[in-house]
Ligand binder design. Structure first.
Ligand code: CS2
Ligand code: MG
Length: 403
């Protein structure tokens, strides 16, 4: 089965998504997600200008060979743009293989290792009470796990609290990112109180997660982890800037709060030390930013060997195509931990028709052949690209800080 078409769609139904469409001579179509939030056009060009022409005429069934061809063949390896582009091809080819076999992708990956995939939702608020009410809403809808983020008293803006509509961290359209302010002291004092309030109101039966978004130094992270121990978090996410794998050794020495990291990683090399030295408990690499289903499976297999569980990134800037791909992988891997589910803003469902289901806190990708997501190209054309950026973060003295 030969590839006869490879086309890139850029659409913004609720937010920007870049989607790769691969067509075969047997009339099968596979979809891949190539969205890299705030740098969308770089991946679109990498695909259109460099990869798509190389795909024409290749055997659509040779997923691993195509992966190796694109990774090793380019000479310039890794990096978010390259690995997101390769991921899009890989995801689309798994979609095609499933459709050709008449099977959902999770069956091709070894079949269901569980009944469903436990997901966590995002509770947030501009005040403690607002966050707690939002949290209660997730419990009412059946969630077994919820992440809590809250505005810090005295600070203008803080990551994870979506103002002006759920599911977006990019405040404004335009050609310049917004700037936010941050100070570590107030956060370190407030976070234990905020997460303690969740335990006080809802008890310990719900899994509680929190994202630090790379903002602490290793010793600050150690202290926060220690302060949070009594609240028994499911995990503390991205405590320090993720590229410094060694930093986790120091955090580990100081706390038994479980550690998660990886949404900005794009290859197995970014987390090799973290996994093999057992410095983390959950690896959060995503299918669309870490080389697709083929590469993600290798990362998760390495993690399995060292007792590290999975917890894939599933923010709204990963399109429904990659969210579905994540669910298929989650269904099949033995060391699955949890899956983030932020959801997608309306009108995303006009463009992406999905098959997944949610029941009692568990999601299932559905049994349609392939990934179970179809893209309506006419609908996509109604939502043109809308340049947006993630915010830049500055401390109150004006210096740029990690985001
Ligand atoms: C995040 C993301 O979901 C998460 O845990 O940290 O929301 C992240 O900020 C965005 O995906 C960036 O595009
Ligand atoms: Mg995060």
């Amino acid at each position: 089965m030969k590839i006869v078409g490879a086309d890139v769609l850029i659409t913004a139904p609720g937010r920007n998504y870049v989607t790769l469409k691969i067509t075969t001579d047997e009339g099968l179509v596979g979809w891949g997600d190539a969205t890299l939030n705030g740098r969308e056009l770089a991946v679109a060009s990498y695909l259109r200008d460099h990869i798509c022409p190389q795909l024409i005429g290749r055997d659509a069934h040779q997923i691993e060979d195509t992966w190796q061809y694109l990774y090793k063949g380019a000479y310039w390896r890794r990096g978010p743009v390259t690995m997101t582009a390769i991921a899009a091809v890989d995801i689309a080819l798994w979609d095609i293989k499933g459709k050709a076999a008449g099977l959902p992708v999770y069956q091709l990956l070894g079949g269901a290792a569980r009944d469903g995939v436990m997901v966590y939702g995002h509770a947030s608020g501009e005040s403690l009470d607002e966050m707690l009410d939002d949290f209660a809403g997730y419990l009412d809808s059946g969630y077994r796990a919820v992440r809590a983020q809250c505005a810090i008293p005295g600070m203008d803006t803080v990551y994870g609290v979506h103002r002006g509509g759920a599911g977006l961290y990019e405040p404004a359209s335009g050609h310049l990112p917004a700037e936010e302010t941050w100070e570590t002291g107030p956060y370190l004092r407030f976070a234990p109180r905020m997460l303690g309030a969740v335990r006080e109101r809802f008890g310990f039966d719900v899994h509680l997660l929190h994202d630090v978004h790379h903002r602490l130094s290793p010793i600050e992270a150690g202290r926060l982890g220690k302060d949070l121990e009594e609240h028994r978090l499911f995990w503390m996410e991205d405590a320090t800037p993720a590229e410094d794998q060694d930093a986790f050794r120091l955090i580990r020495q100081h706390t038994t709060t479980p550690l998660a990291v990886g949404e900005v990683f794009n290859s197995i090399w970014d987390c090799q030390q973290l996994i093999t030295e057992r410095l983390i408990d959950y690896i959060r690499t995503s299918v669309s930013h870490a080389g697709g289903i083929s590469h993600l499976r290798k990362i998760f297999s390495l993690a399995e060997l060292y007792g590290v569980r999975t917890g894939s990134h599933g923010a709204g800037d990963l399109s429904p195509v990659s969210f579905a791909a994540a669910l298929h992988v989650d269904m099949a891997v033995p060391n699955f931990g949890i899956q983030e589910y932020m959801g997608h803003r309306a009108p995303a469902e006009e463009v992406f028709h999905t098959n997944w289901t949610f029941r009692n806190g568990l999601m299932h990708p559905g049994d349609a052949p392939g990934l179970g997501v179809e893209v309506d190209e006419d609908a996509a054309a109604r939502f043109p690209y809308d340049p947006k950026f993630l915010p830049v973060n500055r401390r109150t003295d004006g210096s740029v800080h990690d985001w």
